[in-house]
Design a protein around this ligand. Structure first.
Ligand code: NI
Length: 389
């Protein structure tokens, strides 16, 4: 079977679908019409599906012969961004835009559904197509995993992000860390308030908070392996009411980013310890809270190799490009927690077509020729994983 030959038939369909989704964007957890349209498209193919996580859809293509099960994932939500592109398929919804390319993800996976449905009799095993809601608020993947049996039935998972910093049509797939975790923490400081002229009668929460912020940088520079990446940022510092009142309380809100499980586990503990002991030195106490919005995307080496071979089979070795891992988060990591997986980038950048703005920008756009590349890669990987492995 030649996936590229089949894929080319659905190129116009995918562009049409992408423009439909682009024109009708819906924010996280509100992907009602998007979900409905995806189901309508699956109905036309007689592909069975179930709803998951509210607006999510899991479709199943059953192969002609028994075998393993492979999962392909596309996220489907849009962002609260006011579109500034002047195109005929411009967003009809004020203040909401597909500014990250998830419209392209949904349509590429629908393209892959067409391709795989056509070759299903030749598949040794099954394909789960996951249309995931709420990636932008890092809530969807977790919910889909909790509400489904994907972890039990799937032997591999693969996700794609169309990416503006990679030239259209090029593919990046590499083993190891690819996208960072996003941890969110807050530190509530309790001191003792008093008169600005008599600091000795108080425990100044502003001074304590300042000391904590400075000391937290040593969690990065002195407690983390210099070859591992860790970002600790305090983005918000709330304290005080007026110039001559020493504040008895303060609150720090911050975020962490890292690429390994070791740093992910260790860093919140180090941050808490540093904050607690610093506060103690000044006679203050703290309350610490933390959660991981996303965990790092770490590609499984074996799955990665299969994807790389599939890409090569489709477009030759020259289509593969290297691309440095990024500090953005991606909740596909929650699928990878339970299923061996890989996450790849397919380039959509093309300044000649106005596709040269970063993700989440009000003029973000894509070279739609890449949709076919993404669909073919989804399909080829599924075929290769099931039939040659
Ligand atoms: Ni995205």
């Amino acid at each position: 079977m030649n996936i590229r030959e089949i894929g080319v038939k659905y190129k116009d369909y995918m562009i049409e679908m992408r423009r439909h989704f682009h024109q009708n964007p819906e924010p996280s957890l509100h992907e009602f019409e998007t979900s409905k349209r995806i189901k309508e498209e699956l109905d036309k193919l007689n592909i069975p599906y179930e709803s998951v996580a509210g607006t999510g859809v899991i479709a199943t293509i059953t192969g002609g012969k028994p075998g393993k099960t492979v999962m392909l994932r596309a996220d489907i939500d849009a962002l609260e961004v006011q579109e500034e592109n002047d195109v005929e398929y411009k967003s009809c919804r004020d203040g909401v835009m597909h500014a990250c390319g998830h419209d392209g993800h949904a349509s590429s996976l629908l393209g892959a559904a067409h391709i795989l449905n056509e070759v299903k009799d030749e598949l040794n095993g099954n394909v789960k197509l996951v249309f995931q809601p709420a990636e932008e608020i890092a809530a969807g993947a977790k919910k889909v995993m909790e509400e489904s049996n994907l972890a039990e039935v799937c032997d591999a998972c693969f996700g794609i992000h169309l990416w503006a910093d990679i030239p259209a049509g090029k593919i990046n797939i590499e083993p190891g860390p690819r996208m960072a975790s996003a941890g969110i923490f807050s530190i509530d400081i309790k001191g003792k308030s008093g008169h600005g002229s008599a600091p000795h009668q108080t425990v100044d929460a502003v001074v304590v908070g300042s000391a904590i912020i400075m000391n937290l940088q040593t969690v990065v520079s002195r407690m983390t392996d210099p070859l591992d990446t860790l970002v600790v940022t305090v983005g918000k510092f709330d304290a005080g009411t007026r110039f001559n009142v020493i504040s008895g309380s303060a609150r720090l809100d911050g975020t962490t980013r890292c690429f390994t499980k070791e740093v992910l586990e260790k860093s919140p503990k180090e941050i808490e310890k540093m904050a607690r002991l610093t506060a103690e030195a000044y006679g203050a106490t703290i309350e610490f809270s933390h959660y991981d919005a996303t965990i790092p995307v770490i590609n499984d080496p074996e799955i990665t190799e299969i994807v790389a071979n599939s890409a090569e089979k489709l477009y030759g070795n020259e289509s593969l490009v290297s691309f440095e891992k990024i500090t953005g988060g991606e909740d596909f990591s929650y699928f990878m927690e339970g299923i061996p997986g890989a996450f790849g980038f397919v380039g959509i950048g093309n300044s000649e077509k106005g596709a040269n703005f970063p993700h989440h920008h009000e003029k973000f756009n894509m070279d739609e020729d890449a949709l076919e590349v993404a669909a073919n890669l989804y399909a080829q990987f599924a075929v290769d994983f099931l039939n040659d492995n």
